[in-house]
Design a protein around this ligand. Structure first.
Ligand SMILES: Cc1cc2nc3c(=O)[nH]c(=O)nc-3n(C[C@H](O)[C@H](O)[C@H](O)COP(=O)(O)O)c2cc1C
Length: 172
């Protein structure tokens, strides 16, 4: 059976939840990634993280993220994925930041050869859905098969069992 990787970026701290700012001890995307991992125990879980941490303040973080998007930045990853060639399928989870993925997900997808791999994107968000992230993934991974992404309302991450099952079933 294909070896599956669940790679995700997620940020703890203040976030915008159902119209107000709340501090999250665990990020929404991380909550969903862990649900998927529980359904595919043989999959590896990889936390995409940045060397430079974003501000825990929501208002500061959105400005930092806007600057990175504008400058098409490639934030440095804390840790690189080891032995990427062993994975046939990559479930890639991220929050919607300004209509696309956080720029470190661009760094991640450029850090190894994705040719021939299947990528299953999922995105937690406060209403913008997948935004343009699927197009960005197609551009970054022209030789990969990109499945239609699954959008999850961030505030409902804790009850996203149906979506997590759907994502897990797409790996078969
Ligand atoms: C920098 C930043 C930008 C965001 N931009 C959007 C956006 O454009 N559209 C949207 O629906 N939600 C946006 N959000 C909300 C997040 O996508 C949402 O809260 C997500 O579930 C957070 O996931 P996380 O806790 O795993 O980081 C943004 C949040 C942050 C911090």
């Amino acid at each position: 059976m294909a070896k599956v990787l669940i790679a995700y970026y997620s940020r703890r701290g203040e976030n915008y939840v159902n119209g107000s700012i709340r501090s999250l001890s665990k990020g929404n995307t991380e909550v969903v990634a862990e649900k998927i991992k529980a359904l595919i125990p043989q999959a590896d879980l990889f936390h995409i993280d940045t060397v430079r941490q974003y501000s825990p303040s929501y208002m500061t973080c959105i400005e930092e993220a806007k600057q990175e998007l504008r400058s098409n930045a490639r934030p440095e990853m804390k840790e690189k994925l080891s032995n990427p060639e062993q994975y046939d399928t990559i479930i890639l989870g991220y929050p919607n930041w300004w209509g696309t993925m956080p720029m470190v997900c661009y760094t991640f997808l450029e850090s190894f050869d994705t040719s021939g791999k299947t990528i299953i994107p999922f995105c937690t968000n406060e209403g913008s859905g997948m935004g343009s992230s699927e197009r960005a993934i197609r551009q970054l991974c022209p030789k990969a098969e990109i499945k239609k992404g699954i959008s999850i309302h961030g505030a409902e991450a804790a009850s996203s069992d149906r979506e997590a099952s759907l994502i897990a079933s797409m790996t078969k």
